[in-house]
Design a protein around this ligand. Structure first.
Ligand code: EPU
Length: 417
């Protein structure tokens, strides 16, 4: 167990590099088994979830060579259909992508339900709806899902709600089915485009058509070499952190088109941001304009940036209001922040964030990834010392964050407890 000690109220300065995307990687690693070939992935980020997926691959007789930095070779030529029912499936959310990946290869699949950050109820009914449409009957006993693949029932799968995970699973399960399948009301997130790009490079035939996805089934995929996209949520978090606490922060990030909603919003709030094709530069904003901010599926503002952005909104002249349409109760950090002197209140699914400038460090506890990183930003802008416990949550999405922050001048130390 570790905790981080943050000596706050120091203006930071420097440069931070963004890693490969966590959420793109978590979909692409399971997708590799569909190729039954050798895939080389680059720009891989060594996160907790990455290693759990490697462990699951090994159970399926898939060989993995990973340099623990950015290159990973996945050899699934001898992949087997093994029941995935060990407890490790519950360690992360993305383990459920093996449902779609295995169903694209095998008729009967047995798999334990997923885990993941518990900031809200996170059902998987939309995944099961897609599988059933694709002809995969499902039965659940003690959190174990039993799938049995029969004849396809519908060639048009229309989701009643947009879901990143269900869109990914529907693509994985259908990419090797005979004929065309149309997915309607799908997620438009760039991480899904990264998965589609990867699968197409492996021989799949998947495209976006208007806001739908058309999967033209192919009988077989093959290996490839693929570079994972950059992590737009990590980039966005550092952009927010920079506006909270950095004289000038240069963020090495090349895919700013994926971050347009945040950049535009922050500029509108009077944050100074320079956008270049290879980087972003942001300066500390003493005060921002009062704002009404809504988070929704892409291309709207990402819900994963909601908790970090709430810290910047405390610089509002009077108050700002925030509403998260994807996870309306994703406010795990509130009581800790308010104990530090923030003034945030929930009212009818909206978070009211009042100007607060007398912030004092406290002992706080991280309950999930994005709430956790917002506690770190809060610690950096508060007087005195903040001690953040349960930091393993943060490390799941922000590789090497302590060293990255130290390099820009933060006084943050890791302590084993
Ligand atoms: N939903 C359902 N039924 C389902 C699936 C989802 O009702 O079967 C609901 C959810 O409860 C939520 C909404 O649909 O209200 C959207 O959830 P979605 O399925 O899109 O989320 P997810 O696939 O479980 C991914 C990311 C999350 C990110 C969300 C939203 C991964 C591994 N996770 O989760 O990332 O918050 O999309 O963009 O890609 C994070 O990185 O911190 C994180 C939690």
């Amino acid at each position: 167990m570790k905790e981080w000690v943050i000596e706050g109220n120091k203006v930071l300065n420097g440069e931070i590099k963004v890693e490969g995307s966590k959420n793109a990687l978590l979909a692409i690693i399971p997708a590799c088994i569909i190729t039954k070939s050798i895939v080389k992935l680059t720009n891989v980020t060594p996160l907790f979830d990455t290693y759990v997926l490697i462990d699951i691959l090994k159970e399926l007789n898939v060989k993995v060579i990973y340099d623990n930095k950015s290159e990973m070779i996945i050899d699934s030529r001898n992949v087997i259909n093994k029941d995935l029912i060990s407890e490790k499936m519950k360690k992360i959310r993305a383990s459920y992508y093996f449902m779609g990946a295995l169903l694209s290869l095998f008729k009967n699949v047995k798999i334990l339900g997923p885990g993941g950050c518990k900031f809200a109820s996170r059902p998987i009914d939309l995944h099961l709806f897609a599988f059933e449409g694709l002809g995969c009957e499902c039965r659940k006993e003690d959190n174990i899902y039993f799938f049995n693949k029969g004849k396809i029932k519908c060639r048009v799968i229309k989701f009643k709600k947009v879901s990143v995970g269900a869109t990914v699973n529907a693509i994985l399960a259908s990419c090797r089915m005979r004929g065309n399948i149309k997915l309607i009301n799908v997620a438009l997130e760039p991480e899904i485009d990264d998965l589609i790009k990867f699968l197409n490079l492996c021989g799949a035939n998947i495209c976006r058509e208007n806001n739908n996805i058309i999967v033209k089934g192919v009988s077989q995929l093959h290996g490839c070499e693929y570079k994972i996209m950059e992590d737009r949520i990590e980039a966005g978090t550092y952009l927010i952190l920079g506006a909270c606490t950095c004289n000038s922060l240069k963020i090495i990030y090349h895919e700013h088109e994926n971050l347009i909603a945040l950049i535009e919003l922050m500029k509108k709030m009077n944050v100074n941001i320079k956008v270049d094709k290879d980087f972003l530069i942001v300066n500390r904003a003493e005060s921002i304009s009062d704002s009404n901010v809504v988070f929704d599926s892409y291309p709207s503002l990402a819900t994963d940036l909601q908790q970090p952005l709430s810290i910047l909104l405390t610089r509002s002249k009077s108050y700002s209001v925030l509403k998260d349409l994807v996870y309306p109760t994703r406010y795990t950090q509130l009581s800790d922040l308010n104990a530090m002197g923030f003034n945030m209140k929930v009212n009818e699914d909206c978070l009211y964030i009042y100007n607060s400038n007398k912030l004092t460090g406290k002992n706080v506890e991280c309950k999930d990834l994005r709430g956790g990183v917002s506690l770190v930003i809060a610690g950096l802008i508060s007087d005195k010392t903040t001690i953040v416990s349960n930091v393993n949550h943060i490390e799941r999405g922000y590789f090497d964050i302590v060293n990255k922050l130290k390099k820009i001048g933060a006084r943050i130390y890791e302590k084993d407890i």
